[in-house]
Write a protein that binds this ligand. Sequence first.
Ligand code: IPM
Ligand code: MG
Length: 367
Amino acid sequence: MNLNIAVIAGDGIGPEIVREARKVLDRVFARFGHTAVYTDVLMGGASIDACGVPLTDEAIETCRRSDAVLMGSIGGDPRTSPWYRLDPTLRPEAGLLKIRKALGLYANLRPAYLFQELAESCPLAAREGGRSFDLIIVRELTGGLYFGERWTKVIDGQRVACDTLTYSEGEIRRVMKTAFEIARKRQGRVCSVDKANVLDSSRLWRAVAEEVAAGYPDVSLSHMFVDNAAMQLVLNPEQFDVVVTENMFGDILSDEAAEITGSIGMLSSASLNETGFGLYEPAHGSAPDIAGKNVANPIATILSAAMMLRYSFGLQEEAEAIENAVRKTLSDGFRSHDLMPRGRDADLTGLTAQSCSEMGDRVAERI
Ligand code: IPM
Ligand code: MG
């Protein structure tokens, strides 16, 4: 295949982690006989510096014309970065929201599974002894609180701010179908997470989930309130197969799911539209505190590249080659800094701490 990939390296650790993902991709393409053309696209702070806005129309068009988009991370430290002195609609994060909306990327898939090699890094003590989990969060990505009307004004002498949470049944139905289709290829269980005891939008969410479920007799549907889901994720994550939820709940629960895999540096993601076109990015942020130090964990971005091969290009074997190389790298004892066990003498663990680029090398050489 000849692949045309738009690359948004972004800010903070973005350029470092994307470099490693490309290193691994190039190894896969060489081994399986594919060729790729990468086109760099500016977004976030990098785009503010160069163009004055977090995302230009031209950048959107470049992404639209590509076969898929691979992204690092965007944003800086709000306490020190000049980007955050701008109007909120001109901040780095606005670029990310704009591209998700412009490309119609409503289904955000965030798989969280525990590599047995990382069981000791999992903060849940119960994981030791072989119990594992393998779940995927399907987060609605272009609706809800993120895209509702918002304002701040002074009413009766005090500042008042408002954000609105709106969903149409069409928006709910399409992401629900994505969740059911995925469940079909997994264990056949969808858990829809909402706050239907309080919110109208959640009651509609639940009703549409039931309607969609009627078309999938082979998939079971359960419902859970979001506060309980947050608790169940740390108590008993193996109960989940596919979790489908609205934008903001999914943002929060996916960070929680990421952390129980050992580190937020492990969680990949795919954001898809109805044609299968996708943007692939780690679920973590730009970590400005460690940017440029070559200590970031590139695995989430490398695994996002694997998702790109699987979901946008249908290259299953190639995707598995990456996932197996990551697993082998871990089982051979290599760890990025975030994955080194804390409070223990590293010499006694038999593990080897690796820089970001070394971690990329270790994965690439195992392809
Ligand atoms: C994520 C991030 C973004 C989000 C931010 C950077 C706007 O937290 O992708 O989870 O909230 O969607
Ligand atoms: Mg988030």
